[in-house]
Structure formats: C-alpha cells, structure tokens
Design a protein. Sequence first.
Length: 567
Amino acid sequence: MIKKLTVLILLLAATTGIAQDADYKVNLRFDRYYTSEELNDSLRQLNQAYPQLTELVKIGESYQGRDMWVLKIYNTETGDEMDKPAMWVDANIHGNEIQGGEVVLYIAWYLLENYDTNPRIREIVDRSAFYLLPSLNPDGREYWLAEANTSSTSRSGVKPIDDDGDGLKDEDGPDDLDGDGHITQMRKKVSGGNYKLDPEDPRLLVRVEPGEEGKYDLLGYEGIDNDGDGRINEDSVGGYDPNRNWGYNWMPNYVQGGAGDYPFSLPESRNVQVFFDNHPNIAGVQSFHNTGGMILRAPGAKNLGDLPPGDVRMYDKLGKTGELMLPGYRYMIIWKDLYTVYGGSIAWTASGLGIFSFSNELNYSAEWDMDREEGVDYREKLQFSDHLEFGELYKEWEAYDHPLYGEIEIGGWTKWSSRVPPVWKLRETCHRNAAFVIYHAESMPEVIIEDVAVKALGNDLYRISATIKNERPIPTRSDQAAKHNLFRKDFVRLSGESLSIVTAGTVIDKYRNRLKAQEHDLETLWVPGLTGYEMKEFQWIVKGSGTATIEYDGIKVKNAIESIELR
Ligand SMILES: [Ca+2]
Ligand SMILES: [Ca+2]
Ligand SMILES: [Ca+2]
Ligand SMILES: [Ca+2]
Ligand SMILES: [Zn+2]
C-alpha cells in the first residue's frame, strides 16, 4: 500500500504543478491575521493581479459603514457566469471567529495562483464560479481585533442593543482594568470560596470537592460597574447573534435569543440575502465558524424535520470525506449533535433555498483540544502556552485594587488562548479547509448530452433520441428543492428552424422503448432534476428538416447543448 502511494505521489508530481513562492503574483501570508480593511485590500490585490479571472463586487456596507466586498472568481471565456454552478463561501459572521476570514482569502489566493499550473484547479475555475466573502461581520472582526476581549467576546456585531432593559445601550461592558489588551478574569482570596489553587499548577484554579474548604472566589470577567446599577458588565457592545437573523425557521428573541427584530433585519445578513436573490446559480455553500472541529449540516432545529433522505446521503458522502481531509473534525447535524439554532444562515441556504450547505467549525488545532470527549486539559494547555507560545496564552495573576471588590487579582487565559489558532498553525487550517471547499465545488453538478441519434421514419418524420447525464455526485436539484418547489425544475428543449414536434417524452423503459410522453408544450420537457451520476434518455418524434438542437437547462448547472442533422 505504501509503495503504491509513493508511486502515485511521484506521478502527480511529474504531471502537475503546485505553485511555489517564486511563482506567486500576489504574496499573501497565512501566518498572520488580517484586519477587515486588510482583507479587502488583499481581495483588491488578487483582483488586480488576475483581472481575467476575478471580479470584485461591493454587496453593501456593514452597520458601521465598512464595505462588504465579494470576490468573484470565474472565467468568462468558458461561459456565462450566471450559467455556471457557483460556490458561495463566507466566514466570521461571529465577530470573534476570525480565522475563517483567512481561510476564505486562502481559497481565493490558492485557486488563482495555481490556475496556470494545476489542471484540476483550472478545471474547477473554468467550469464553475466562486463567490467569496471573507468577513460577514467586518465590524465585529475589527472590534475583536482592536479592543480588549476574551476569546469568546464578542460574537455579536456592534449595533447597540439594550441587553438589560434599563433604557441604555451598551453602557456596561467588560473593562481592561490592567490595560494589557485582554479581558481576563478576576479572583479574590476568601475563606469558604468555591475554588482552590491547583496542587499541580498553582496558576490554575480548580473547584473544591464537596466538604472541602475553598480559598478563592472567581468574580467573572475583568470589569467595573460603569453605570452604577450594582451589576458588573451587564450590557456590552452589541448583544445579538448575527447567525440567528436569517429567513428560515426564524424565531423571535424570546424564543431564540439574539435573533434581531425580524429576519434579515441586520444590514450584513440583508446584503448577503440580496446577493443570493441575484445569484440563483449558487449551488454550494460553506460558512466558516469556530470552534471545535465540526463539519455541520442543517437542519438547525428539529421542528421542521430533517432534509430528505436522498439529500442526506449526499451530505453523508461529502461530510465523511471531509472527516478524512480534516483530521479531528466530525461530521454532525446542528440541532442534534451541537445545539438548536433557529434562523441560522446555512439552515436558510440548505433547508430554505435547497442548496447543499456546510458550516465548518474550525478547529483550534492545538494538542489539548483534539479530543473533545475528554474536555480541555488546562494543565496541558498551560504547558503549551509556556513552551510553545512563550507565555502569550496566559496572564499571570496580579494584584488589583477594585472599587467594589477591594483587593483582588486579575489574570488567566488571554484573548488568543482558544478558538483562534496560533499563527504558526494557521496555514494548515487554511489549506485543509480550502481543499474541502474545492472538493465540495468539484462535486457540484455537470450535465452532458451524449448518444444523440436520429432515425428517419419516412414522410419527413424523424425519431430523435438523446441521453443526458449528470457527471458529478451532487444532483442538479436537491430533493429539498424538489419537495418544496424551492426553484424551478430543469428542462430539455428541442428546437429547429424547420421542424415541428409530434411527440416528446422521457424514456422510462429503454429495453421496451416505453416513453412517458408530455402532452402540452412539447418544446420544453420538464425534468425534476438529475441526481448524482444519473442518466436519463429522451425521445422526440419530429416532422421537418434541417438541424435539431437539444439543450438541457437547469438553474444550478451549466446548460448543455448538442445539435444533429435530420437525415
Ligand atoms: Ca442597558
Ligand atoms: Ca486585561
Ligand atoms: Ca452595571
Ligand atoms: Ca463594566
Ligand atoms: Zn460561530
């Protein structure tokens, strides 16, 4: 087996080429994190370096007026963009989940830099379109990068919301009391507390056993009572969840916290929705989040049922392959294996629009996080910080005189301590997830027409037959779309200058030549869709002469056309 693999690798190396540093037109780095403006700048650089293959489209602005740019990648020389199946990729809808932005940027960069040298990259760029939005929440990204935060604050965007119902908005968030650029924790030494120092590593606190006396209390995130209402940090910047604001199975705030006032009430989700409206050719979706290493699919909630079994089989195939490509990631269903999400973005695209959609929860890719069953081993994590991150992930405890709590200590895990990988691990995250997106895109449907035949029946009558085949695993129309009529059926159209159609239909038994004939509008034979690798045979009896042209037309697949002479 190993020998075989070596031969295969050598063969690949001989016949294909992956671009190396010296060949790059745009030298983007993937060992750093980009600000929202730097992400846009990078898209602009790629657009300028590859004008033939890219188009930069402004889809709108964020709440704070940041431009939201989508980089389109497609080749006009191989057909009309809107006639090709398109792969939509976004990331960073949660403000603190930034590394998806670099993954999306990497996809763009990798496709463009390898277009000339790798035949598979060239093929996928030539036959489809990519629509890439590195940050769906550029305000939240900027807020997380520029301000003191924890690894989990803030998921939100920055539109002010009154979280505690006191009539004031965003009046009391966490405060960086020690001015180190992180929101860490506060602890106080007290007898009878709930925590004690970890005997193995006294920098850590552990809960006391029942009956054991504690020495410390944890007092929550660093901060003071800014508005003097007696509570600390009760209303921070934003306070909603941009990934609960989408137009499928949306629920109000009192059912689904953070949902917003109505579906697409946020400018960022609204901009994306309008783009989808104008691009019905979108046939695949990936939306990157963190954390934990998951390949998630819809549905987000149980109440409206699972996706149809045929679609689930397709998701299973893609998801299981994803597990091979992304070590440590597990293929999961959102509501069942994670938690219930009403109004989530990929539930809207998958269940609402019938598009095959995944959301990868990017892995931290650190040793202590790989085995989730065991939970995080904080001692091991601290060793990682000590030896490999030179202490950057953990702030040593220091005394602080707090206006409410008196003498306390501030310290603990920093903003960079989880969810976002260290920069030296970022590139592998980018590459593996980009490869999964490209694999998903390669699976999008492609239809060919073959075995076109004509038989003269006399009296200017001809029988025309053709086989139409989907050469890829993803159907031209998902079962979800078919079941709920989410977009129109495909059709086969026969046309010719000087012919009229007598009968037209789908062959349902090719051995006995049985036809299911259509009764009206014989030019347009409606087809519910072609599943993965499915072949369907069509037959027409026509009267006339000249050329007959057969065209297969589907919303999410490039049209196929063949012609034949009647003789
Ligand atoms: Ca408030
Ligand atoms: Ca701090
Ligand atoms: Ca307060
Ligand atoms: Ca505060
Ligand atoms: Zn998220």
